[in-house]
Design a protein. Structure first.
Length: 420
């Protein structure tokens, strides 16, 4: 790849929309997808490429021209772009056994389910896209699923097959998000629904879902309170409403990693429920939920760019999620060393300590006010560390640039730390 090619795509292209259709009825080994992408090019006549890692390309059409032969593993070349472009790619893919992509797994009772893990780099293993963190666009998603399955995605369900039969599930169009934040799950999931939000807070419809084998453990987890407490704390303390129309939780077997909080959909490893860790399993689960919910704002509503500032997303998420635990769970001391060591977010605690140090300087309210201002100014886009420092400076009424230069940087990490 020529130097600077990746940077050129971000400055060259503006993605208008994705229309994504995924077909899960092809058997236990493969699936297919169709991606229709509309995008603009600020320099007509230039070439670019889309990201694609498919087992085979059925059809690829750019502005009416067949470009299927322009595919090579990892990328689809896009020659002679116009000012306004339409790209349609139909392709076959294999379910992945590890890493990022689309998984098909079975629970202990043999029930199969499918779930995606698009971050990092997994979206092109599911559909053709521009897999860049600074190229956002709205997604309209549909999923063709077998009979007896339900489907959950970033957007709310718009239509579903009648009577639990096989057919197509369609979802509401999302806010502009990046491909690595797209997420969906499909399988014989069941669970409960509740609403979070009162005292003038925006009501948020929430569901908690699992396969039948984990249903008893899910019911025993008292999830409504574990969700409501941090969700309401974030809305109040940041002054920014939950950014999406709903929030679904899905507990799945064998999830790679512990959990991932995508816009509108949090996917968590089922074993957190069925094989709780020793010590304080309730606080452990509460930490996972609070952490992933915080990503609705930091990582979802905004992303920290460039990549060297990306560590701040996890640092901020850990800081505010632990603040929520302190504020809503009497006696919780997530920062105490013995407690922190047993929590799943401990790997980010050393980075979050830089923000705790800022709290001792300007106070927690100013820290939270600055974070809220950052969210409002950069909603559905990305921000840099300098933007964050400016918002904190305004909230504190003092110039924090010198402080940030010496303190606001990632801590050295030990290898092998497990984090959500």
């Amino acid at each position: 790849m020529p130097p600077g090619r990746e940077l050129d795509r971000s400055s060259l292209l503006e993605i208008v929309s994705y229309d994504l259709a995924v077909d899960l009825t092809g058997g236990a080994e493969t699936f297919s997808s169709r991606a229709e992408i509309r995008f603009r090019c600020c320099q007509p006549g230039r070439a670019a490429f889309a990201d694609l890692q498919a087992a085979g390309v059925r059809r690829a059409v750019l502005n009416g021209a067949d470009i299927a032969r322009a595919y090579q593993p990892g990328r689809l070349e896009l020659p002679q772009l116009a000012a306004e472009n339409a790209l349609t790619v139909e392709a076959d893919f294999g379910y992945v056994p590890a890493g990022a992509g689309l998984y098909r797994v079975s629970g202990p009772d043999g029930c199969a389910c499918v779930y995606s893990k698009a971050y990092p780099g997994g979206a092109p293993r599911i559909y053709c896209c521009f897999d860049r963190p600074d190229l956002r666009a709205p997604f309209t998603v549909s999923v063709h699923a077998p009979a007896g399955w339900s489907c959950i995605s970033n957007g709310a369900v718009v239509s579903r097959p009648a009577g639990g039969g096989a057919g197509v599930w369609t979802f509401a169009t999302t806010h502009p998000i990046t491909p690595c934040l797209t997420s969906f799950c499909a399988g014989p999931f069941a669970g409960s629904a509740f609403t979070s939000g009162h005292d003038r807070l925006s009501p948020v419809p929430v569901t908690a879902n699992s396969l039948p084998a984990a249903a008893a453990a899910l019911e025993a987890a008292a999830l409504p309170e574990l969700v409501r407490q941090p969700l309401e704390y974030y809305q109040r303390s940041l002054g920014v409403a939950y950014p999406y129309g709903k929030c679904d939780f899905v507990f799945v077997p064998g999830y790679p990693g512990l959990a991932f909080g995508a816009p509108g959909l949090v996917t968590i490893k089922e074993q957190v429920l069925t094989e709780p860790p020793q010590g304080n399993p309730s606080l452990y689960l509460a930490t996972v939920i609070a952490h992933e919910l915080a990503h609705a704002w930091f990582g979802g509503l905004i992303e920290l760019q460039p990549s060297e500032d990306g560590w701040l997303e996890e640092a901020i998420t850990t800081y505010i999620s632990r603040a929520a635990l302190e504020a809503t769970r009497p006696g919780a001391t997530p920062w105490a060393e013995p407690v922190s060591l047993a929590l799943p977010d401990h790997g980010y605690a050393s980075d979050a300590a830089a923000i705790r140090q800022l709290e001792t300087l300007i106070g927690r309210q100013a820290v939270l006010t600055g974070l809220g201002n950052l969210l409002r100014h950069h909603a559905h886009g990305y921000a840099a560390k300098d933007d964050l420092v400016q918002c904190w400076s305004q909230a504190a009424g003092r110039d924090l640039r010198q402080y940030a230069a010496g303190t606001l940087k990632p801590a050295a990490k030990a290898d092998g730390q497990n984090t959500p």
